[in-house]
Design a protein around this ligand. Structure first.
Ligand SMILES: [Zn+2]
Length: 88
């Protein structure tokens, strides 16, 4: 894992816990493109699941299904690019 600091937009936004659905206020790392963001777990869910609340990122918090979907999407984009290049 890279140690690159996450981009902190400097504001706090309401998040909805990915697990229990409760609302909590946290630093905005995604410029809140989804409103309210749902990629984070609240502090108590993190404790229950053994996740470090402060180490959460939208990528690390992906479920295996989400990871698979992202992989498939990346694959499709790659194929589309290759087809485009062949037609040049
Ligand atoms: Zn929760």
């Amino acid at each position: 894992m890279s140690k690159k600091p996450r981009p902190y937009t400097g504001s706090y936004v309401a998040h909805i816990c990915k697990k229990c659905g409760c609302m909590f206020i946290a630093e905005d790392y995604t410029k809140a493109t989804a409103i309210p963001p749902t990629w984070r777990y609240c502090k108590s869910c993190c404790e229950k699941m053994g996740i470090d609340y402060n180490q959460q990122t939208p990528y690390r918090n992906r479920t295996p299904e989400e990871r698979q979907k992202a992989k498939e999407k990346a694959e499709r984009l790659k194929q589309a690019r290759e087809i485009k290049n062949q037609n040049k």
